[in-house]
Design a protein around this ligand. Structure first.
Ligand code: 5GP
Length: 132
C-alpha cells in the first residue's frame, strides 16, 4: 500500500509543494515547528533513509541542499537546520527547518498553526527561489 507521502508526491493528497523533479519532492510540513519547515522525500518508497540505495541517497541529499538554499533565500533565518527522524511516517524524509535560534528546532514544542493562505504564501516564496 502506498504511503501518505507517496500519495502526496503523486498529487493524490494535497500538499503545499515547494519543489519537485522526477525523483524527489519537497513540501511544507503540515505541523511546522516554524514557518518554512519543509520535508524532502524520494518518490521511491523506502521507509528508513539509510536503506536507500546510494544513488538515491546522494540524490536526495543533493536535492535537499537546493531546497535548503531556496528556504534560506525566501525565509529570514541564520541557518537551515537538517534532521531525520522517521518515527511517524514510514517513508524516508529529511526535515529542513529555518533557524533563528537553536530552540526553533524542537520536535516536542507546540507546533505553529498557520492558515491555508499563509501556507500557500510560504510555499510560493520558497518555490520562487528554487533553482533546479
Ligand atoms: P517523522 O516521521 O520525521 O517523525 O515525522 C513526520 C513529519 O511529517 C511530522 O513533522 C508531521 O507533521 C509530518 N506529516 C505527517 N503527515 C503529514 C501530511 O499528511 N502532510 C504533511 N505535509 N506533513 C505531514
Amino acid at each position: 500500500m502506498a504511503t501518505i507521502f507517496s500519495k502526496i508526491a503523486a498529487g493524490e493528497i494535497p500538499s503545499y509543494k515547494v519543489a519537485e523533479d522526477d525523483r524527489f519532492f519537497a513540501f511544507l510540513d503540515i505541523n511546522p515547528m516554524v514557518e518554512g519547515h519543509t520535508l524532502v522525500i524520494p518518490r521511491k518508497e523506502v521507509d528508513y533513509i539509510f536503506d536507500l540505495d546510494d544513488e538515491t541517497y546522494r540524490g536526495l541529499t543533493a536535492f535537499a541542499k537546493k531546497v535548503a538554499e531556496a528556504i534560506k533565500r525566501a525565509i529570514p533565518c541564520k541557518r537551515v537546520g537538517v534532521a531525520v527522524l522517521g518515527m511517524e511516517v514510514p517513508h524516508a524524509h529529511i526535515h529542513l527547518v529555518p533557524l533563528q535560534k537553536e530552540s526553533d528546532m524542537d520536535f516536542r514544542a507546540d507546533k505553529k498553526q498557520l492558515t491555508p493562505e499563509r501556507f500557500k504564501e510560504i510555499a510560493s516564496a520558497i518555490a520562487a527561489e528554487f533553482k533546479n
